[in-house]
Design a protein. Structure first.
Length: 192
């Protein structure tokens, strides 16, 4: 997601008035796409979508099926189930990022989307941090301390890694305890 481009949110609900109401509330801050069926959701969802708000109970292809198919396609989007279906133990195995029970206020929609975008940002920052840390460790294992201190590229790499660490700490401070289960969901599932 580019900082200059509004995040893309796909709203999926078989009740057109509900989907359109959510879209109208969100369009000032995000680029909003709507889908009124599971099939339309699958046709619309692609790598450009940042957040998907997905109803569970829809005729034809259900939200649960859409969720599974999108995860199978390995699309890099966050998915919040926004539904009137009260959660039951079946949610344990479902690969969504958040679960919001209707009715949903405008503030709840914004809060959910912003939280999911923050998680995504944290994951991207962490990947960069890990890559740089691996490079630093490799160089430290194979070069003398004197060589490392004399090398400008190594020092810039070290500075960049430290900046990323500060950014990670700052982002992490915005999460509450409940958020951690979402941020680190991929650790439990082995990235699936």
């Amino acid at each position: 997601m580019s900082a200059s481009v509004a995040p893309i949110v796909l709203v999926v609900d078989d009740e057109a008035d509900v989907a359109d109401a959510y879209a109208a509330q969100l369009e000032d801050r995000y680029t909003v796409l709507t889908a009124y069926s599971g099939q339309e959701a699958l046709e619309t969802a692609d790598d450009t979508v940042d957040v998907l708000l997905l109803d569970r109970r829809m005729p034809g292809i259900s939200g649960d099926e859409v969720l599974e198919k999108i995860r199978e396609r390995d699309l890099d989007c966050r998915i919040a189930m926004v539904t009137a279906v009260d959660p039951d133990f079946d949610v344990i195995e479902m690969p969504f990022d958040d679960y919001v029970t209707k009715p949903v206020s405008r503030d709840e929609l914004f809060e959910t989307i912003e939280k999911l975008l923050s998680f995504r940002s944290y994951e991207e920052q962490f990947q960069q941090f890990y890559r740089l840390t691996t490079k630093l460790a490799t160089l430290r294992a194979n070069k003398s301390e004197a060589e490392l201190k004399r090398n400008d590229a190594f020092q810039r790499l070290l500075d960049r890694r430290n900046e990323l660490r500060e950014g990670l700490d700052e982002t992490l401070s915005t999460f509450d305890d409940d958020d951690f289960s979402t941020v680190f969901k991929d650790l439990d599932t082995g990235g699936e």
